[in-house]
Design a protein. Structure first.
Length: 136
């Protein structure tokens, strides 16, 4: 069984992927930015192993997400699904003084990847993204 963490899985595409992977027998941990969305995520993906909670636009909360993930054991796959669309009409600053879109879409996936326990198998694509092979 493959252990999978999916960010941004309280609804939408992330939750759809979570449900599919659960149905295939994988152990899936969800992510939500707050407790209310965490409960929604768990209701929307029955059979999920659990949920990590934190706002990816905050460096401190991203570190907390990594700590929660590591406390549950090593993951085989991390799906960085959480993102903000580029429809913000003005720059929104995070608690860390960064652009909201940059903090959530670029910095958080980097930090989370750097801070979680590494899976046994990693591969890097030509674009420099890290992907993880799913054991069969």
């Amino acid at each position: 069984m493959t252990r999978v963490l999916i960010t941004g899985s309280a609804d939408g595409l992330g939750q759809m992927v979570a449900r599919e992977l659960i149905d295939l027998g994988h152990e899936v941990t969800l992510h939500a930015r707050n407790e209310t969305r965490a409960q929604d995520a768990l209701r929307g993906a029955p059979g999920a192993a659990g949920v990590v909670v934190g706002d990816l636009s905050s460096i401190a909360e991203t570190k907390s997400i990594a700590e929660q993930a590591n406390a549950s054991g090593r993951f085989d796959v991390v799906v960085h699904n959480a993102a903000i669309g580029y429809q913000e009409r003005r720059r929104i600053e995070t608690v860390d003084g960064l652009a909201h879109v940059f903090a959530t879409n670029s910095l958080a996936p980097y930090l989370l990847t750097a801070l979680i326990d590494r899976p046994d198998r990693l591969s890097t694509s030509a674009r420099g993204c890290i992907s993880v092979a799913i054991p069969t």
